[in-house]
Design a protein around this ligand. Structure first.
Ligand code: SAM
Length: 354
């Protein structure tokens, strides 16, 4: 029987043979840059929001987006062939269900991430330096953008605000679980090291009124969280201070939380951070690692996030055993492991041998 002829049976009249794509065509799909940049340009110009607001004609869209009408038409028709848009009448465009995803849904949404003027796309563009990262094991953000990722966030408050809003949208899911899962009853003073938006500390303190807290992060984050603590009515129980988790941290806490920060760093750097927390916590203190494991069992190459961490900040994805290894290298032992929803894990560490 010929391989390219449909197979027919009395019950199912036609079974189409599988379409076999040539290796060169599959390679083309893997390496195409036109589509990713076309989609990002559509998002950057906010065309999906304009279409959703009722502006659907090409010339009107070009005027509203500040674009060249002919060039925009070429972009929109290309994306109509990529199932992002449709062209129901000549020069009139509508969104498909994929295009709908590109409407503005705030910092957790796809549009903000793909906006070529924003932080997410700058992180993606760091992939242009992937050969550097693979040769050296170091991040490529600086080689592509001129300064390292954290320095960029320090220097550009708008990007920092986007980053914090993104972290906040994730903390809305994880902070209530951290407040509920961990036994905070014996703690008095909690430090949140590299605390980001401050949401985790705020949620833990508002849930457990006996606790006091200190937020530690880079200057721009500490300044923003001072206001957030006051807004949450916590000014008398919590402070936000500038600190560097590669330098000695303020002592005096009995739980030092490091939430989703170790993933940003190499094993050597992550071990230093844990050592700094352990030193500040002292013999009676605890270090609580909070992370979201992407898959269980942990398979880092299932998602591009591991490579993204490498090129952007020199970090990596880790599984539970990797965190146990980091803790041991920092002179800590794992006392308790608590699992939350969607991969959330809380790893309570105490001084080794305690
Ligand atoms: C991925 S965010 C996690 C934020 C927060 N803990 C959370 O779970 O949402 C990492 C945080 O580490 C902070 N950070 C980076 N370098 C730091 C340093 N040297 N010392 C203290 N914090 C630092 C960043 O400013 C950022 O807020």
């Amino acid at each position: 029987m010929s391989a390219d002829r449909p197979i027919t049976t009395p019950e199912s009249p036609i079974i189409e043979p599988p379409i076999i794509e040539s290796p060169i065509a599959r390679l083309g799909r893997l390496t195409d840059l036109a589509t990713p940049f076309a989609v990002r340009t559509l998002a950057t110009l906010r065309i999906p929001d304009l279409i959703a607001s009722g502006i659907t004609g090409l010339d009107e869209l070009a005027t509203a987006a500040g674009a060249d009408s002919d060039a925009l038409g070429r972009l929109l028709r290309y994306l109509a062939h990529r199932d992002v848009l449709t062209e129901p009448a000549p020069g009139v465009f509508a969104l498909t269900d994929i295009g709908e995803q590109l409407r503005d849904h705030g910092p957790g949404g796809q549009r903000g991430w793909l906006d070529l003027d924003g932080l997410g796309a700058r992180m993606d563009l760091a992939y242009a330096g992937l050969p550097h990262s693979i040769r050296t094991g170091k991040p490529a953000y600086e080689t592509v953008h001129g300064r390292d990722y954290w320095a960029e966030l320090d220097a550009r408050p708008q990007l920092r605000a986007y980053f914090d809003a993104l972290m906040l949208s994730q903390q809305h899911l994880t902070a209530p679980q951290v407040a509920a899962l961990y036994d905070w009853t014996t703690a008095e003073h909690v430090f949140d090291v590299g605390g980001g938006s401050g949401e985790l500390l705020i949620r833990v303190l508002t849930t457990h009124p006996h606790l006091r807290g200190t937020f530690v992060d880079r200057p721009i984050a500490a300044a923003a969280v001072t206001g957030r603590l006051a807004d949450a009515g916590l000014a008398d129980r919590a402070t936000a201070v500038t600190g560097d988790f590669f330098a000695p941290l303020p002592p005096g806490g009995d739980v030092y939380v490091v939430s989703r920060a170790l993933t940003d760093w190499s094993d050597a750097d992550a071990t230093t951070i844990l050592r700094r927390c352990a030193a500040a916590a002292g013999t009676g203190g605890r270090v609580l690692i909070v992370e979201v494991l992407p898959t269980e069992p942990h398979v880092p190459h299932l998602a591009p996030f591991d490579l993204q961490m490498l090129v952007t900040v020199g970090g990596r994805e880790r599984g539970l055993d990797d965190f146990r290894g980091l803790a041991a290298a920092a002179g800590l032992g794992v006392a308790t492991v608590l699992h939350g929803r969607d991969g959330l894990v809380l790893i309570e560490c105490v001084p080794a041998g305690a």
